[in-house]
Design a protein around this ligand. Structure first.
Ligand code: MG
Length: 402
């Protein structure tokens, strides 16, 4: 039995995690829930799972939750989410908060001795060096929930059983990946536009970009998937999780989203992990690792699929993928700036303030203005993130005046 505190419980990953927990009553117990602002849903979840202590980042939503459910202990504010991550009695903190909001709670969970199952890739993109150092100092594990990284993690189990598992999870700072792995290949659905080269990115609507062909996800990650920034962020995430240079992490477009990623080993054998495109597979694996537990998740039927196809990404068209690689190679605070600019630009696109192509233009402009600094402290990362958000607001304001 593992106990989990679920940070970001009312979003897409959070809801999927609760369905996994409900399907594995003898394996997973929920002891704490946190969300940004959806008080009604959070209260319903707390009642269904018998959770007594919850956190809401939005203080107004916390007042609503206290009124709806006087029996609950509701803590509020960003600091409240961090406090719940630190003080909840749990083996694992599952972090599915959106964007940089996940950083402090992730660090707090580690400092309190919890393993972290991480869905919020932005945390590793913006603060990978800091998070991995903190993980090592606290002696806890970092288990991937992103489907591609779960796939890589599962393939890495083949190397030498438990020892390799522990290394892949990062408990040992050995040169594991460097010596045994030639390259990682992250697959990408390509989003709604990869199959239609005639689409003009200046004219794409919000509804078009949110209409993902394979995955049902939150709005931020769905737009990132459409720009392919999501895959760029995932290249950086893989670099930190598996201690492998960015130039050995490749991207392959695979529209069916059945092969979730591949690992080529030193002996040039390639392993892949396959499943239907449903996040519950990756979530269950993170929560039950190193075990595999019987489930009623949908079965993979390869004969019904007709075929699996793969092709290289078009980085000229999907500029965000190239920008993420550039930021990773420049290093220091550049990935934090990439992430901060992207979060602001995606929000502006969703509000109808800039075009779809404006997302990549904003990120490129802000990255171009940035002088990289060392990213080894929380203050340095937060300062770079804040700078990127201010610069992006300026770039977007100039764009909308034109
Ligand atoms: Mg992913």
């Amino acid at each position: 039995m593992k106990s989990i505190v679920l940070l970001g419980s009312t979003g897409s990953i959070g809801e999927s995690a609760l369905r996994v927990a409900a399907a594995l009553p003898g394996c997973v117990r929920v002891t704490g829930l946190a969300a940004r602002s959806n008080a009604a849903r959070l209260v319903a979840q707390a009642r269904e799972f018998g959770v007594r202590r919850v956190a809401l980042a939005d203080p107004v939503a916390a007042i609503t939750a206290r009124r709806l459910a006087p029996e609950l202990d509701v803590i509020d504010g960003e600091a409240g989410v961090e406090e719940l991550a630190r003080t909840a009695e749990a083996d694992i903190a599952l972090c599915a908060l959106v964007g940089m909001a996940g950083l402090r709670p992730t660090l707090a969970a580690m400092e309190s001795g919890k393993d972290v199952a991480l869905a919020t890739k932005e945390v590793l993109v913006a603060a990978g060096a800091l998070v991995m150092r903190r993980r090592e100092a606290c002696g806890v594990r970092l288990l991937p929930i992103d489907s591609e990284h779960s796939a890589v993690f599962q393939c890495l189990q083949s190397v030498s059983g438990e020892a390799a598992c522990v290394r892949a999870a990062g408990a040992d700072p050995s040169r594991f990946a460097e010596t045994r792995v030639r390259r990682l290949v992250l697959t990408a659905s390509g989003g709604p536009f990869a199959a239609s080269p005639e689409i003009d990115f200046d004219r794409v609507t919000v509804a078009d970009a949110l209409n993902h062909p394979r995955w049902r996800m939150g709005r931020k990650v769905t737009i990132d998937s459409a720009t392919m920034m999501n895959k760029g962020l995932e290249v950086i995430e893989a670099h930190w999780l598996f201690n492998i240079p960015v130039d050995r992490v490749e991207v392959l477009v695979h529209p069916q989203s059945i092969v979730h990623s591949l690992v080529e080993f030193a002996d040039r054998s390639v392993l892949a992990q396959l499943s239907p495109p449903d996040m519950r597979f990756a979530i269950q694996y993170a929560l039950t690792w190193p075990d595999r537990v019987a489930t009623d998740l949908p079965e993979l039927d390869l004969t019904a699929l007709g075929g699996l196809t793969f092709h290289g990404p078009d980085e000229n068209r999907f500029r965000c993928l190239a920008l993420a690689r550039q930021a990773a190679l420049r290093g220091g605070t550049c990935p934090a700036v990439l992430n901060g600019a992207n979060e602001v630009a995606v929000a502006a696109f969703l509000e109808g303030r800039i075009s779809f192509s404006g997302i990549a233009r904003t990120v490129e402009e802000v990255l171009g203005r940035h002088d990289a600094a060392p990213d080894d402290t929380l203050d340095a990362v937060l300062a770079a993130d804040a700078w990127a958000r201010r610069e992006s607001a300026g770039v977007i304001a100039a764009m909308t005046e034109q």
